[in-house]
Design a binder for this molecule. Structure first.
Ligand code: ADP
Length: 507
């Protein structure tokens, strides 16, 4: 039986922080969470913190881990065999990384949450509870790791039971921070699943994990953490309202000052048109005229007619209702009658939306190109080759593609919501001139409002190329690097540590 190690003095190299996530780029990625989990620990280490990462050992992640080595084996309830912890580093940074190897649970190729037909795995509750149990064990101190986190930073529902499990050990637990990357994904399961998981029965209550007669993983994160945040200030306000709160707005309001929004950063080592290995022609704000080479390359790749004059719209993202792709389809008849317009879409998700975007490309082969699937390299080429990027998301916790677009001089057109509202400033002529406007924003989220703004963009592109270029350069000059976000997280961790200390029983 492993004995918990005692907390050590804070080492000279900074606060020990364990970031737990169900995905992390470049080991495994389905969305923005992976970008954050891959970048934030590296940014924290740059600031001197001893940040480390833990994710499940999916086959692809094991293959990509640098310097993999076995650290220890644990007996964890819910696993028939021993669970192994692999140590290593992320491929593109020095971040020490732990992989939780439980073959029954995680040795599955492809999307980590769904089977080949896109349905959630039937044992997701068991899989991620096991992951949570291992994270909680490390949080209490595992001698084999010779390292004990002072803060455990959990992310999204898959890690929501870590704070609940750690609350069982009030004296020894680390401080816990929980980040909501998307409140709409809550990890809800039926009562029979709760019983099967053999969680402490007292957790089945209004003040525990029960949510409208279901087991809610995300509620564990919200209720039992020292600090909770989401990924932009505007989304943090929105989720406190019934409209965006997915039934949890009351709980979030109750957190008061323990809940806030911290905007994500982006990784400029990966997303920089001046050095991006995926794109045909490098460029920067001074050499923006070179960007057109990427447009021509994208037209070739997408099988669209070569046309320098075309205003090329880009879209990359999960094809789900949230992202508002139906609004894009809704404006197509109006958009495509304009000469010299093209649209390149890439995404995967809901089969009905996939079919609809494929059908649009079939109907307009000289104007619309659709790529179904996930392709990191092509995502970079669309960012570099498009002139403007559409993000009509109905809600958007932070959004990363508008930030990539800003960096690539690809003027974003976004719904004024969540992180999109926090990062894109509308192109009022005087704001373009004074350098503060960076794109176009519209509301409400419907096709007419989108069309109104797209027409405004078309007009500016055609009639005032000088202002369009200014707008693109304004965006390129913005700074959304991880450094400032990581500093906010440092403050959040410090607040969580104080909160936990205040909660400790007096010695
Ligand atoms: P979400 O997390 O809701 O999916 P974000 O905008 O926060 O949305 O992050 C999405 C991330 O996933 C971005 O890095 C985006 O480029 C990437 N992405 C989404 N779909 C694809 C795809 N089909 N191919 C390549 N990258 C994709």
């Amino acid at each position: 039986m492993e004995q918990p190690v005692q907390p050590r003095q804070r080492p000279a190299q900074g606060r020990p922080i364990l970031l737990a996530s169900s995905e992390a780029h470049p080991l495994i990625k389905t969305g923005g969470l992976a970008d954050v989990a891959g970048s934030l620990p590296a940014a924290l280490r740059e600031l001197g913190e001893d940040a480390r990462l833990i994710i499940p050992a999916y086959p692809g992640a094991v293959k990509r881990l640098r310097e993999p080595h076995s650290l220890c084996e644990l007996r964890i309830p819910g696993s028939r065999g021993p669970v192994r912890i692999l140590g290593g580093r992320l491929p593109d940074s020095e971040v020490p990384t732990y992989l939780v190897e439980a073959p029954e649970h995680f040795c599955r190729e492809g999307n980590p949450y769904t089977d080949m037909s896109g349905r959630d795995w039937g044992d997701n509750a068991e899989r991620f509870l096991l992951f949570c149990r291992v994270v909680a064990r490390i949080g209490q101190g595992l001698p084999a790791l010779d390292w004990r986190p002072e803060v455990v930073h959990c992310n999204d529902w898959q890690t929501g039971l870590v704070p609940a499990l750690l609350r069982e050990q009030p004296g020894q637990r680390p401080a816990v921070v929980f980040t909501i990357h998307n409140l709409a994904y809550q990890g809800l399961f039926d009562r029979a699943t709760f019983d099967r998981l053999r969680l402490p029965t007292e957790l089945w209550s209004l003040h525990g994990l029960e949510f409208h007669h279901l087991l809610s993983f995300i509620k564990g994160g919200i209720l039992f953490s020292d600090r909770v945040n989401t990924v932009s200030p505007t989304y943090a306000e929105e989720v406190k309202t019934p409209r965006f709160g997915c039934g949890l707005d009351g709980l979030l309001r109750d957190l008061g000052g323990r809940f806030q929004g911290i905007l994500n950063g982006i990784d400029y080592r990966t997303w920089d048109p001046a050095s991006d290995p995926h794109i045909a022609q490098h460029y920067d704000a001074e050499g923006l005229h070179l960007k057109v080479e990427n447009k021509l390359a994208l037209q070739r790749e997408a099988g669209l007619p070569r046309n320098e004059r075309a205003l090329v719209f880009g879209y990359i993202g999960r094809l789900v209702e949230q992202k508002g792709v139906d609004l894009i389809l809704g404006i197509l008849p109006r958009l495509l009658v304009h000469p010299d317009t093209q649209l390149v879409l890439q995404g995967a998700g809901n089969p009905a939306i996939e079919e609809a975007v494929l059908a649009a490309a079939e109907r307009h082969p000289d104007k619309v190109a659709t790529f179904i699937g996930y392709d990191e390299g092509r995502a970079h080429r669309i960012e570099a080759g498009a002139d403007t990027f559409l993000m009509p998301s109905r809600f958007e916790p932070c959004g990363l593609n508008q930030l990539y677009s800003l960096r690539y001089g690809t003027v974003p057109i976004v719904h004024h919501t969540g992180g999109l509202a926090d990062t894109v400033r509308h192109a009022h002529p005087e704001r373009i001139e004074d350098g503060t406007a960076t794109g176009f924003t519209f509301e409400p989220a419907n096709a007419d409002a989108l069309w109104h703004t797209v027409r405004e963009a078309l007009l500016l592109y055609r009639e005032r190329p000088d202002l369009w270029q200014r707008l693109a350069i304004n965006g390129m000059r913005g700074d959304f690097s991880w450094e400032s976000s990581a500093r906010h997280y440092q403050q959040l961790y410090a607040a969580a540590v104080s909160e936990r200390e205040a909660a400790l029983p007096a010695a």
